[in-house]
Design a protein around this ligand. Structure first.
Ligand SMILES: [Zn+2]
Length: 510
């Protein structure tokens, strides 16, 4: 049996999130796991490889609670879009992707994430009209090639956006109705069969790449489909991840279709539990939050995306008060521009503070940093393995350069990781005991080659998706008035009122 490799990280300052301190500590790594944390100069086996971390601040790898790998080839394509306009543009922005495109798009995102201090992600990857074993393997391989962890939850639906929003299809002229019929998704049995095949034959678990199940948006899935997803997640013990109450339009659609909130509807099907993650949750009401908290569920708070798409501000304080597990996510680069977890931590802090002068309800930096590490880890179902620098946890460690301008001077490591660091201070990144970034260089993937391949793919997709773009522009004229019109229907919003009653009050349609 080969001897397990030992590594000692010497001389670094290890952040203690709650103490707002970073005392010096040495870390012994055995294989991919942290074996011991001790005093500087602690004795270690003579053959241990030494990593000099003098002048470095060590923090747990950031964990992206919600992203979409297919978004990376589509970054920058749109400016003023609501969620509904983004969904309308889906066939243009993400259509015609080859297997190689799926791999490339994931590789771009994974490379960006590790270079910006992120070591694991919950990726709701998309393939049309349904996920495939080959596609998921290509996407997973991209993460494995970069060297980061990922939970891939293929985004599935059996109802198109145009049919999912009550009244929208009827609003389209017959010619356009016919055109969007072509967006038809696979019947749910076919999608479920593909997912099952992938879950059954998955080969990348040893590389830290796992699968989960993501009925993308509740009302974009038939009841039978949601129940099929639930069954798969039970049979294979995976996470369940879905966009719930991301936009006000979704909440109104939920009331019209189910007579309840989307979270309550999911719960009525038995879907809400500790493996359940809500993406965004901007429009959750007090009862929803209580439900999610009582069932041990998670919310990925994605503040950058929520602002960018005009969805609003999720109530992270309300979620924490209701004992919901909160993670932080970037969302896809097609709608939130980058994969920078530092930026989203800062935004998570800012959006809580911008709501008013009731500063005692503002989110603290330690709450944000814990959400972006341990909180997201729990959402990924890996709360006992990643998200902390502690004995027994995987050695996923970010080395920040204390000589970078973000750290001159270093007054408070917790505050500065959340508020000052922007990714430019990332010096090195270790994932599972392996150096993936060293001295600001990605060791696993050549970015020059990646850039050339990505440009080729971009140019080809731009051409191939021209008809879809033209159709999307026609549809946008209708969606862009119909959906905001729908969103003008009043909803009672109690949660920003503060006080102690807001959990008991629901949100009701007038
Ligand atoms: Zn999303």
């Amino acid at each position: 049996m080969p001897k397990t490799a030992m590594t000692v990280i010497r001389g670094g300052r290890l952040v203690n999130i709650r103490a707002h301190a970073a005392p010096k500590a040495d870390i012994l790594v055995k294989g991919d796991t942290i074996a011991e944390i001790g005093r500087p100069g602690m004795s270690v086996p003579a053959d241990a490889r030494i990593i000099d971390a003098k002048g470095r601040l060590l923090h747990p790898g950031l964990i992206n609670g919600h992203t979409h790998s297919h978004g990376n080839l589509a970054k920058g394509m749109v400016d003023r879009v609501t969620l509904e306009l983004l969904l309308t543009a889906g066939a243009w922005m993400s259509g015609q992707r080859t297997l190689e495109d799926k791999y490339l798009s994931s590789l771009i995102g994974a490379a960006e994430m590790v270079l910006k201090g992120c070591t694991a992600a919950y990726d709701l990857a998309a393939e049309f009209p349904m996920p495939t074993m080959e596609g998921l393997s290509a996407i997973g391989q991209a993460y494995a090639d970069v060297g980061m962890r990922a939970t891939l939850a293929p985004m599935v639906a059996d109802t198109t956006f145009f049919k999912a929003i009550p009244g929208l299809m009827e609003r389209l002229p017959p010619a356009l109705q016919k055109e969007v019929e072509r967006f038809g998704l696979a019947p749910h049995k076919a999608s479920l069969a593909q997912m099952k095949k992938a879950l059954h034959g998955w080969k990348l678990a040893g590389k830290g790449i796992r699968l989960a199940v993501a009925p993308t948006i509740p009302h974009h899935c038939s009841r039978a489909f949601l129940l099929g997803c639930l069954e798969l997640s039970k049979d294979y013990e995976t996470g369940l991840h879905t966009h719930v109450a991301e936009s006000k339009v979704q909440v109104i659609a939920g009331y019209k279709l189910y007579g309840s909130t989307l979270a309550a509807y999911m719960d009525s099907l038995g879907m809400v539990g500790p493996n359940f993650t809500v993406a965004h949750g901007v429009w959750l009401d007090g009862d929803d939050m209580k439900l999610l908290g009582d069932k041990g569920a998670s919310v990925s708070h994605n503040p950058g995306s929520n602002m960018r798409l005009g969805n609003g501000i999720a109530d992270m304080r309300g979620l924490l008060d209701a004992k919901v597990n909160v993670g932080i996510g970037t969302d896809g680069a097609s709608c939130s521009d980058n994969q920078n977890m530092y930026e989203n931590m800062r935004l998570a802090s800012m959006v809580s503070k911008v709501q008013g002068p009731d500063w005692q309800r503002w989110i603290t930096t330690e709450e944000v940093l814990e959400a972006a590490t341990a909180g997201s880890a729990r959402a990924l179902g890996l709360g006992d393995k990643i998200g902390k620098i502690e004995t027994g946890y995987k050695a996923d460690i970010v080395f920040l350069d204390l000589d970078s301008l973000n750290w001159i001077p270093c007054n408070d490591p917790t505050n500065q990781i959340v508020h000052t660091e922007d990714g430019t201070g990332v010096h090195s990144v270790m994932i599972g005991g392996r150096m993936v970034v060293e001295n600001r260089k990605l060791l696993t993937v050549d970015l020059t080659t990646l850039a050339a391949k990505a440009e080729k793919a971009r140019a080809r997709l731009e051409k191939a998706n021209r008809p879809a773009k033209a159709l999307s522009e026609k549809l946008a004229k209708i969606v862009g008035t119909f959906c905001p019109g729908l969103a003008r229907e009043p909803l009672h919003i109690d949660r920003f009122a503060g006080g102690h009653h807001h959990h008991a009050q629901g949100r009701h349609l007038h």
